[in-house]
Design a protein around this ligand. Sequence first.
Ligand code: DAT
Ligand code: MG
Length: 149
Amino acid sequence: MERTLILVKPDAMQRGLAFDVLGRLEGRGLRIAGLRLLQVDEAMAKRHYGEHEGKPFFEGLVSYITSGPIIAAVFEGTNAVTAARSTIGSTNPTESAPGTIRGDLGLEIGRNLVHGSDSVESANREIGIFFDGQPVLDWQRSTDGWVFE
Ligand code: DAT
Ligand code: MG
């Protein structure tokens, strides 16, 4: 089953939207396989966002993601990466469609509430960063047959 890495970013945590964010993904049918509350340090932030190093927004991005606790979650399901990204919406909330997490709850690109992996390769890499030595479970829900054909 395909897996993706989701982060509930510090703004969503501070605004009390953590379970709204997670609930939209879970409600779509994706299954939670891993869940952690943690504080990201600078090294972890730079590892996660390494592809953006050198860009003008990089320092702000690192200070944002390290500014308070986050929730890291592994969600799994059919096309989990694409399904989660479509529920999350575009990178810039202003351009995100209503009905998406960012389109319903955000206004600015630097406060866009949530991260979702952009490919299966990224998901594997990011799960390795946020669930290093932490449990990610293989389990079934009794309702899975009503979600997965
Ligand atoms: P996404 O989070 O939609 O996968 P991304 O991987 O391109 O977007 O960028 C990671 C984060 O960096 C994004 O959530 C917000 C920030 N970011 C990206 N482009 C930006 C820009 N042009 N200005 C400011 N912040 C930006
Ligand atoms: Mg990205």
